[in-house]
Write a protein that binds this ligand. Structure first.
Ligand SMILES: Cc1cn([C@H]2C[C@H](O)[C@@H](COP(=O)(O)OP(=O)(O)OP(=O)(O)O)O2)c(=O)[nH]c1=O
Length: 193
């Protein structure tokens, strides 16, 4: 049984490699629309499960990992910005405040085993000036990232402090994932021999 990462995210691939998990990356084209008023924890687990189920159609004999990350602040849920203006609005809303980053992960086999979990990290931003936000957007970094920033890049300069797993913010709570995989019933080897 192979491990399939149902993801196009280069960050998730890097983190799987960092953890020493042997895997193949097979992106899926999932509808990432979140039903209105769904709490972020439920939304990310639902989307992670949707991605895993789609990949399982193509790889019915394998163990699939799907993941989804969103940023939540107050009642708002922020995914990847569609435009630079949306990135500006998102970063303005996060400026000077603490928000939550939720990543949902689903480990799934077509034979019926399923484990979905969600990890939360609190991230506090410094107050940001309009010029600072515009300069950051001009780097191009925000456009493919939930909440319109990447903590692993220049986005690190926006962050005053974090509470929780750093790798969860980058897109995969890798230590929790390794623990969940160990307790998963499927016969998988986590070593790369
Ligand atoms: C907050 C934050 C998010 N991100 C990224 C992680 C995810 O790749 C992305 C959130 O979008 P997702 O929809 O979770 O993932 P994706 O579209 O990149 O990849 P796939 O659906 O194929 O798995 O935002 C960072 O890289 N750094 C950060 O600091």
């Amino acid at each position: 049984m192979k491990i399939i990462l149902a993801s196009a995210s280069p960050r998730r691939r890097e983190l799987m490699t960092l953890a020493g998990i042997p895997f193949e990356a097979r992106p899926v084209d999932a509808d990432e629309t979140i039903i209105c008023c769904t709490p972020p924890e439920g939304a990310v687990m639902m989307l992670a499960t949707r991605k895993a189920q789609l990949a399982a159609e193509q790889f019915p004999d394998d163990l699939i990992i799907g993941a989804d990350t969103v940023v939540a602040a107050g009642k708002h849920i922020y995914g990847k910005p569609a435009t630079k203006e949306e990135a500006f609005e998102t970063l303005s809303a996060l400026s000077g405040k603490t928000h939550q980053v939720f990543t949902g992960v689903c480990i799934y086999t077509k034979s019926g085993e399923r484990n979905a979990f969600c990890t939360r990290t609190d991230v506090s931003f410094f107050p940001l000036s309009e010029d600072e936000i515009r300069a950051y957007i001009a780097t191009g970094e925000p456009m493919d990232k939930a909440g319109a920033y990447g903590i692993q890049g220049k986005g690190a300069l926006l962050v005053e402090k974090i509470n929780g797993d750093y790798y969860n913010v980058v897109g995969l709570p890798i230590s929790q994932l390794v623990r969940e995989l160990k307790s998963f019933k499927a016969q998988i080897s986590l070593s790369k021999e």
